[in-house]
Design a protein around this ligand. Structure first.
Ligand code: ASP
Length: 291
């Protein structure tokens, strides 16, 4: 059974960093509704596993750049449309990279060129408070293990979930899209640091495999392809996986998941053959966890 938990008590939507006790905490302090949320109503939906935010507004890019054009160039029209006139300042999360000042500077210059001010959480005294006060959040790419470890350590998991439940736009690129999912298990990255848990923001209830690459039939390489790695994930885990090619993005609003951008995606589900989808497609039914 799916239950719906009101997000009016903003503290109720944060997830504890440790896996143990999280669902008990959510259950004990959240209001449980027996009806599904109406359009525009933000609630946290609780399934068997950790809570998933319903009514969230997300723009999840496979990559921040595509071959031949500059940082975020291909996505600019979609980013402007997604943020809309309501957003003037974007709060940036640079934690996937090592040189935080440099990365924030790069993002600031790009957002400045689009007409948005940008603050980086690493320059705030309290990163979680900065996220709680954000008009919109952008989580940049890099190493997903490093990003998740820092999100957990700084309390940003709970803070971002609270704001997303209140309708704040969340934009992620690559690792920043991966951490919007239930876990980091479909990252392509090496575990260069060890987060206490693989549990991520859980803003959606499917997985993203970013930078999706098709096997090269000419290649003599004998290591796993990305498709083989995703099939291995599905040998051990449930739930659909969207392999997003560079240029592809998912825009999620009012409960609808729409594939947009300049490239398509390959969708994987345990027990089924993968399917190809092209932009613009509504993937809401295909990426639903339960069928
Ligand atoms: N390292 C990628 C990024 O650019 C994430 C991934 O490939 O899983 O953020």
């Amino acid at each position: 059974m799916t239950r719906f938990i009101g997000s009016s008590q903003s503290s109720s939507v944060g997830r504890a960093e440790s896996p143990g006790g999280e669902s008990a905490r959510n259950k004990s302090i959240a209001t449980v509704f027996s009806t599904p949320p109406r359009a525009g109503e933000n609630r946290v939906r609780e399934r068997d596993g950790p809570a998933v935010i319903a009514g969230s507004r997300l723009l999840l890019l496979s990559s921040s750049a595509v071959y031949g054009v500059g940082y975020l160039d291909y996505a600019e029209p979609e980013i402007r449309d997604f943020f809309g006139p309501g957003v003037r300042r974007v709060t940036f999360v640079p934690y996937a990279m090592h040189d935080l000042d440099d990365y924030a500077g790069q993002a600031r210059a790009r957002f400045d060129a689009m007409g948005y001010a940008l603050d980086s959480v690493h320059q705030a005294k309290d990163p979680a408070a900065a996220a709680r006060g954000a008009e919109a959040v952008f989580v940049g790419g890099g190493n997903t293990f490093r990003l998740l470890e820092r999100l957990q350590r700084t309390g940003l998991i709970a803070a971002i979930r609270e704001r997303v439940a209140q309708g704040m736009p969340y934009m992620g690129a690559s690792a920043g899209s991966n951490v919007a999912c239930p876990t980091l298990k479909t990252t392509n990255d090496m575990p260069i640091v060890q987060p206490p848990s693989f549990e991520a923001l859980n803003l959606v209830d499917f997985q993203i495999s970013p930078h999706y690459q098709d096997p090269d039939p000419e290649s003599a390489h004998m290591g796993e392809t990305q498709e083989e790695r995703i099939r291995q994930y599905l040998e051990e885990n449930e739930g659909p996986v969207a392999g997003l090619r560079e240029g592809a993005m998912l825009r999620i609003e009012s409960g609808a998941i729409v594939l947009k951008g300049t490239a398509g995606a390959r969708l994987f589900r345990r027990g089924d053959e993968p399917i190809e989808v092209e932009p613009v497609s509504d993937l809401t039914a295909r990426l639903r966890r339960a069928r």
